[in-house]
Write a protein that binds this ligand. Structure first.
Ligand SMILES: Cc1cc2nc3c(=O)[nH]c(=O)nc-3n(C[C@H](O)[C@H](O)[C@H](O)COP(=O)(O)O)c2cc1C
Length: 186
């Protein structure tokens, strides 16, 4: 039986599920390219580190094929999908390009050339961020890459992009209503 704290209704929560409480950022796809061959994975473990130039920290597991390519080429694109392509996004994350599978073709995603990196943009995504790895000091210990956004693209036709947010175990929150408050955070 789960232990309860005496005067509260607080219940012990498994440490293995903590990430789902804080995982507010959108699920993204990360594309890479090596020797003219592009690959794509799904990623939800990322965080903003600075405003401008935008710095993003992300964890790419060393079990992923992407890890090798990212470490070698030091370039990628972070493509931000919306709920319309949620199923494809998860399918991309459930399979590996290591065996030569072309996941863009397999899951019906269209690549577009980027301006500053070899990795492709994804046409079906509402935003695409061209990134370079600027700090790999924590890669060996945490698989943590620091990326600097070199160029950002947005689809102006998409007015209310409804991003998807991973809560763990295949459950996703879909971004919806927005509210405006006098926040000092720009
Ligand atoms: C919703 C979702 C979120 C994911 N988030 C991450 C992540 O943040 N970091 C990571 O290394 N893998 C993550 N994955 C797993 C990779 O996308 C998966 O291992 C993928 O097969 C790697 O592809 P690759 O071997 O072609 O690089 C996620 C998968 C899903 C479905």
């Amino acid at each position: 039986m789960a232990r309860r704290l005496p005067l509260t209704k607080m219940k012990s929560f498994p440490l293995s599920k903590v990430y789902g409480l804080l995982e507010t950022g959108p699920v993204v796809m990360l594309t890479t390219s090596r020797d003219g061959k592009a690959n794509v994975m799904t990623m939800s473990w990322h965080t903003m580190l600075d405003f401008e130039p935008p710095l993003i920290g992300c964890v790419v597991s060393n079990r992923d094929y992407t890890f090798e390519i990212l470490r070698k080429t030091k370039e990628c694109v972070i493509a931000i999908p919306t709920v319309e392509i949620a199923k494809k996004t998860v399918e991309v994350g459930n399979s590996s390009g290591r065996g030569g599978t072309d996941k863009f073709k397999k899951f019906g995603l269209t690549t577009l050339p980027a301006a500053c990196v070899q990795a492709p943009l994804i046409k079906e995504c509402y935003a695409n961020l061209e990134c370079k790895v600027v700090d790999a000091a924590m890669v060996n210990k945490y698989n943590f890459f620091v990326l600097e956004v070199q160029k950002a693209w947005i689809d102006p036709a998409r007015k209310n992009p409804r991003t998807i947010h991973h809560m763990g175990n295949g459950i996703f929150m879909v971004a919806g209503r927005t509210i405006k408050l006098p926040s000092k955070m720009r």
